[in-house]
Design a protein around this ligand. Structure first.
Ligand code: ATR
Length: 280
């Protein structure tokens, strides 16, 4: 008997470049589910976003991913008329929408996707001294998952250090798991010494600028949340013999967690990653 097609979308602006449909089709093949996963363009305003979401779920849609620039809008919509997971609450952003008991529910799988990817790489997060570069939305989303992965110490460095301080104050107010006294902050140019892991969560890769990294800043592992382009941040630490990774595996990781939330089917990440690599 033919299965009913399960409908998913990813909402963004722009959206044509999104790799999510091909990733989710690999998950569908692996789990033998019949899915449709479409890119959904949306005008950049909250009313249009809300209308798209309502129409999709009203029409029987099961799950939606949310990407730039709608993650905070999606959070607001779930806050006022639905529910939010702890990760979404702390991140202040939603990348995964579903319905629970008939109401809209927002989750955020970005930070767990990052942690899962580093775990797959064999990077031993527990006890690590970690520096996180950036204090915007991308950085905000990964702090709780990093702390839940039992890292040893966290420093948040930002071009504008006051924004890192504000971020820490907001995160500790939002989650009992985050203690502001356990997180250091500083200006990026003043970050010095030896770290186990440095994560670039700034949007600098989009600008062509380079980060002002101190000469005596070193690490064993360097991760850039961007992917698919030349990343001077990674080149800098590769030249210093660090193990490096771009963020494509994080994209697959967050997608797999969304798929699991929607369908209840866990993803074999080694198989999915190998298939996606072959497709490129
Ligand atoms: P995202 O959602 O991608 O995190 P964002 O919320 O706009 O985007 O945050 C962008 C982050 O990248 C900020 O930490 C920003 O630093 P400031 O807070 O000082 O603005 C950082 N960033 C962006 N361009 C940068 C640049 N050219 N040099 C250094 N940091 C930069």
């Amino acid at each position: 008997m033919k299965q009913t097609t399960i409908h998913f979308i990813v909402i963004g602006n722009p959206i044509a470049h999104s790799k999510s449909p091909e990733i989710h089709q690999v998950f569908a093949a692996q789990t033998e589910l019949d899915i449709s996963y479409q890119r959904q363009y949306c005008p950049d305003d909250a009313e249009s976003f809300t209308a798209v979401v309502e129409a999709f779920f009203h029409g029987g849609g099961v799950g939606a991913n949310v990407t730039v620039p709608f993650k905070q809008v999606a959070y607001d919509v779930c806050l006022t008329r639905g529910g939010l997971s702890e990760h979404a609450k702390v991140a202040g952003a939603v990348n995964t929408l579903l319905t629970k008991d008939g109401a809209l529910y927002g989750d955020n799988t970005d930070g767990q996707g990052l942690v899962n990817h580093m775990t797959r790489l064999g990077w031993p997060l527990a006890g690590m001294r970690v520096a996180l570069l950036g204090a915007g939305g991308a950085a905000r989303g990964v702090v709780l998952p990093l702390i839940q992965a039992s890292i040893g110490e966290l420093t948040i460095a930002n071009r504008t250090p006051s924004k890192a301080e504000t971020l820490v104050a907001e995160l500790s107010a939002a989650s009992p798991t985050i203690n502001k006294h356990d997180i250091n902050t500083c200006a990026t140019a003043e970050l010095t010494g030896e770290f186990d892991l440095i994560i670039n969560a700034t949007s600098i890769g989009l600008s062509g600028d380079t980060l002002p990294l101190a000469d005596n800043l070193n690490c064993h592992y360097a991760y850039d949340m961007m992917y698919g382009r030349e990343l001077p941040f990674l080149q800098h630490f590769a030249a210093r013999k660090a193990q490096i990774s771009e963020g494509y595996g994080m994209l697959i990781g967050q997608a797999a967690l969304s798929f699991e939330r929607w369908t209840g089917h866990p993803i074999d990440m080694a198989q999915a990653t190998a298939t996606l690599k072959k497709q490129h």
